[in-house]
Design a protein around this ligand. Structure first.
Ligand SMILES: Cc1cc2nc3c(=O)[nH]c(=O)nc-3n(C[C@H](O)[C@H](O)[C@H](O)COP(=O)(O)OP(=O)(O)OC[C@H]3O[C@@H](n4cnc5c(N)ncnc54)[C@H](O)[C@@H]3O)c2cc1C
Length: 442
């Protein structure tokens, strides 16, 4: 037995790790699964990638199978990291259509969570760019699923959190890009209403995301910096950038130890937020060119940054709220956070559109992601936030969840009947089961 956790380091679970080296070995492991679940790179925050008894680690299935430069279609094994995909294809002028806030995730994990990026409002989620999946089912079958072949299984697997089978290979489409640079513009918003107006009015911009100062309150509640971005064309680079048209990822520094819990506190975070907001606001009239890694994956510059929260770990609360209820509910959530002593140290707001699969997280609305260090009262506080989310017809993101109650899940994902029926058909013996699925009763 091995003790593992997700990125938030809470909860931890004991599980037998099975590490197949071939697709057929993964198929056999799935057919013999004993309450097993797939694991990619373990970047889900909570217990989604922890099996009840077994965890099938896909990290060795990381080969690239085929690439068509005329269409940008690539077939890869599901354990391939997005970082390897980018390192290989960016210099050839291709980039994934959808990337999250880290590229240290696998293609299988990206599909199973139907991940969203900063362009969900304009271009949808990862699932939209998946053409075909090679799946291992609990019945021992290996089959191809696509929009035409086994479409129900295909869509349920996108966002299905590993519960519909193990993704062995995927064929996905990549986006042609002229450079590896992003042209960024920053907007400073003095409060939440201004931030929402800015995100709304920039809907035609490909990428947008707002960083919120969670410690601001009163008339400054929700003050934000909104980062807008477009892939830069070759003729938008200066001479130096043109020589380095596809910049490579820089080596990261690592946090060598778990920091004591008092390092992150309201004083240090307030000082940082003030500095960050002012320096962002100063840049707000000009365009800046950033390498893709700096724009999309700034946190990856610090390896093991989850150690900043200390040994007890941290929880991410990511909700999405439908447009009509978003502003008032977000204001109430931010107000409660600002009033609470131990605040959220990170808050990110993005606009989402419809998700792809029945269990996909996105819906048309606004998503707020908040990080909280684990502390005695944090669980009851987050239950309070959950009540606001469900009352506003919103839901929580399963890839970030470590603690929501069944009632919260049922309230947020009310139409689970077809997903559950499909699971009963393909997995009557419940060979596939994660701690997440057991906890919230998926
Ligand atoms: C710093 C950071 C930033 C992030 N930013 C974002 C963001 O902006 N947007 C976003 O959507 N997410 C974001 N995430 C979450 C992350 O993208 C997802 O949790 C993703 O699923 C992690 O992929 P993984 O390979 O690590 O999968 P794991 O964490 O190992 O697994 C996640 C889920 O995928 C399933 N799974 C994994 N591989 C397979 C497979 N081969 N077959 C079937 N099921 C499989 C697992 O069973 C589990 O349910 C972020 C995470 C971090 C740590």
């Amino acid at each position: 037995m091995t003790t593992i956790s997700g990125w938030g380091r809470y909860p931890i679970g004991d599980t037998e790790i099975i590490s197949p080296r071939t697709a057929d070995a993964a198929r056999r492991a799935t057919a013999a699964g004993d309450q097993a679940i797939a694991r990619g790179n373990g970047r889900a925050y909570g217990d989604a990638a922890i099996g009840i008894r077994q965890t099938i680690a896909l990290c060795h299935l990381n080969r690239m199978r085929a690439f068509d430069p005329t269409t940008g279609r690539v077939t890869v094994e599901a354990g391939l990291l997005l970082s390897d995909l980018i390192t290989t294809f960016l210099p050839r002028g291709f980039f994934p259509y959808v990337v999250p806030g880290t590229d240290l995730i696998t293609v299988g994990g990206a599909i199973a969570a139907d991940i969203h990026g900063k362009n969900h409002h304009s271009e949808g989620g990862f699932g939209r760019y998946v053409d075909e999946l090679l799946l291992a089912l609990p019945t021992g079958e290996m089959l191809l699923a696509s929009r035409d072949e086994h479409p129900d299984l295909f869509w349920a697997t996108i966002g299905g959190m590993g519960l519909t089978g193990i993704i062995l290979e995927a064929t996905i489409s990549l986006r042609p890009v002229e450079t590896g640079w992003i042209r960024q513009r920053t907007i400073a918003a003095d409060n939440l209403a201004a931030a929402i107006t800015a995100l709304q009015s920039c809907e035609s911009v490909t990428y947008s995301v707002a960083w919120i100062d969670c410690l601001a309150s009163g008339g400054r509640l929700g003050r934000s910096l909104i980062f807008l971005g477009e892939h830069a064309a070759s003729d938008q680079l200066d001479e130096e950038q043109a020589v380095n048209r596809f910049p490579l990822r820089k080596p990261s520094l690592s946090i060598p130890i778990d920091l004591p819990y008092f390092v992150l506190n309201n004083w240090t975070v307030a000082a940082f937020n003030e500095f960050y907001f002012r320096s962002g606001a100063r840049k707000s009239t000009s365009f800046t060119l950033l390498p893709v890694h700096s724009y999309f994956f700034p946190l990856d510059a610090i390896g093991n940054w989850n150690r900043i929260y200390g040994r007890r770990g941290f929880l991410q609360h990511q909700s999405v709220l439908p447009i009509k209820n978003a502003e008032s509910t977000l204001a109430e959530m931010l107000d409660r956070i600002a009033q609470r002593g131990g605040s959220s140290f990170l808050a990110v707001l993005k606009k989402l559109s419809q998700g792809s699969g029945p269990l996909s997280f996105p819906m048309p609305g606004y998503t707020l992601a908040l990080d909280f260090p684990i502390a005695r009262d944090v669980f009851s506080f987050l239950d309070e936030l959950d009540e606001l989310v469900v009352a506003a017809s919103g839901r929580l993101y399963l890839a970030k969840d470590a603690r929501q109650l069944r009632a919260t899940f049922e309230g947020g994902y009310p139409d689970m009947s077809s997903f559950r029926e499909l699971r009963r058909t393909i997995d009557p013996g419940r060979r596939l089961q994660s701690r997440l699925a057991q906890r919230i009763g998926i």
